[in-house]
Write a protein that binds this ligand. Structure first.
Ligand code: FAD
Length: 461
């Protein structure tokens, strides 16, 4: 057995259910815990995600008894340098399947190999690693429902029984040389209220959901006026908890709601699988026929984009969603679909501009779920909502926020309007309350316009 290994944390900031710990403990008598602040990932993250990351790192460091080494730089340079300084024979990770992570890990693996060291991948941030679930003929799935069926049949391991004491952690101060320890940065100033970070917070949130809302999840998950969803996305994003742990806790529950929750986790796995198959789909239309969709541009289009971003479109449900995003760095799934549909089909703007804005503000911003959530709504993705199914923002508001409580919570100008009338303030006897904008577009007109633009896509098929 080698003397030392490195455990390199990335999207797995926890000590429980950590198969990589078992691999490291089996390979060396002690391990160095490492996190790399990678400028290529930090820069596009947005203040909410950076701050949440730093807080998650503080919680992890505490769980490891203050033994987390944090360095700054390009992982292809600093990880081999840390392994060299610690004289580690192996570096242990959970595999990454995103477009950037795959290339980064290959580069690190090569540098390590040149020095006679090994990069060992154990597990991934998913219950089933991307690329594993295949059709009978070996090709990847492009449609969700058969993917989910095959994913369920494939199954997953039980959570690994680990905690901080599974590994004997080396004190970073005992390592001579190598990249300088920089410590965990201070929080970035962030306007939004963020959830508590760290593994314990993740488990508290999950336990509370299991004790209560899970029973009504199937009915309430589409209701933004209720606290009907689990709010686990940010913890899954940073690996404060592994989906395997959630699935194991759900295994004994036979309810429709538990089944629905498993299906939502399967969407996360499906999109990761799709992005792994088609890394180009992070930036380009998955369905290239949509390259022909005529898009709005010019000054009016920019003004409309600003109105959308700032939550002043004059459509209350859209504005409430966009303001929730600013206030909480999170948005309810139904709202993500409504505001995305509005940007793409009422304003005729490209989905990737909305996706980029989401990635700047969302605390749970995840490339696979975000880009493919946008493409699903835009109609250009895998298994999409058909393009001609265009959300009417008033109907969506009345259906999913029937008493208007969600809108009033986030749009103070409309707090004096009772009931569902809040979804059409322009139709109030005295018109919209002072300070609330008129609708920036006529939905009926833009719906026809969207359908006309879609004809160009159909012509490509
Ligand atoms: P719950 O309803 O409690 O769901 C449980 C878990 O299932 C979630 O935490 C998430 O991991 C997964 N899940 C649920 N719905 C979806 C879905 N449609 N696609 C993929 N996974 C899902 N999710 C992100 O994690 N990060 C994103 O950046 C992101 N961007 C999105 C953008 C758009 C345009 C759309 C339509 C959806 C996006 N989603 C994203 C999916 C979904 O909106 C969020 O996962 C969900 O709102 C998170 O809240 P929750 O944890 O309370 O969800």
């Amino acid at each position: 057995m080698a003397d030392t290994a490195v455990v390199w944390f990335r999207r797995d900031l926890r000590v429980r259910d950590q198969p990589a710990f078992l691999a490291a403990a089996g390979a060396a008598s002690r391990s160095l815990a490492l996190f790399v602040l990678d400028p290529a990932l930090l820069r596009p993250s947005g203040a909410a995600r950076r701050t949440f990351l730093y807080r998650s790192l503080r919680a992890l460091d505490e769980a490891l008894g203050g033994r987390l080494l944090v360095v700054h730089g390009d992982p292809a340079e600093v990880v081999p340098a840390v392994a060299d300084a610690a004289d580690a024979a192996s570096v242990h990770i959970a595999a990454d399947f995103g477009p950037y992570g795959t290339g980064r890990d290959e580069a690190v693996e090569k540098s390590l190999a040149d020095a006679g060291r090994e990069l060992v991948r154990t597990g991934s941030p998913y219950a089933v690693a991307p690329g594993r679930v295949r059709k009978d003929d070996g090709s990847p799935f492009r449609v969700f429902t058969p993917f989910r069926r095959a994913w369920t049949e494939h199954g997953w391991r039980r959570p690994a029984e680990t905690d901080a004491s599974t590994v004997a952690w080396l004190d970073p101060a005992a390592v001579d040389g190598g990249p300088r320890a920089v410590g965990i940065p201070d929080d970035d100033p962030v306007d939004a209220g963020l959830p508590d970070a760290g593994e314990d917070a993740a488990h508290r949130q999950w336990t509370a959901f299991l004790a209560d809302a899970v029973t009504t999840y199937g009915d309430d998950r589409n209701r933004p006026d209720k606290e009907g969803t689990s709010r686990m996305s940010v913890y899954l994003k940073y690996g404060a908890v592994h989906p395997r742990t959630l699935l194991a806790d759900l295994a004994s529950r036979r309810s429709t709601s538990a089944e629905t929750y498993r299906t939502e986790l399967a969407w996360r796995e499906f999109y990761a699988d799709i992005l792994f198959q088609r890394p180009d789909s992070a930036r380009a239309n998955y369905d290239r026929a949509f390259d022909a969709l005529p898009l709005a541009s010019g000054r009016e289009a920019e003004e409309r984009f600003d109105a959308w971003r700032e939550g002043r479109t004059g459509f209350p449900i859209v504005d409430a969603g966009m303001r929730q995003l600013r206030e909480q760095a999170w948005m309810h799934n139904r709202l993500r679909m409504i505001v995305a549909s509005f940007l793409v089909k009422d304003l005729h703007l490209p989905w990737w501009r909305g996706a980029r804005h989401f990635m700047q503000l969302l605390v749970d911003g995840d490339l696979a779920s975000n880009q493919h959530g946008w493409q699903w709504t835009a109609g250009s993705g895998t298994d999409p909502a058909p393009y001609f199914r265009i959300f009417n923002p008033v109907v969506q508001g009345e259906r999913f926020d029937p008493d208007g409580d969600y809108v009033r919570r986030f749009v103070p100008e409309l707090r004096g309007v009772a009931g569902k009338a809040v979804h059409q303030p322009w139709a109030l006897p005295g018109g919209a309350p002072a300070g609330y904008p008129e609708p920036i577009v006529d939905h009926r007109v833009e719906r026809q316009e969207a359908l006309a633009r879609y004809e160009r896509v159909k012509a490509q098929r």
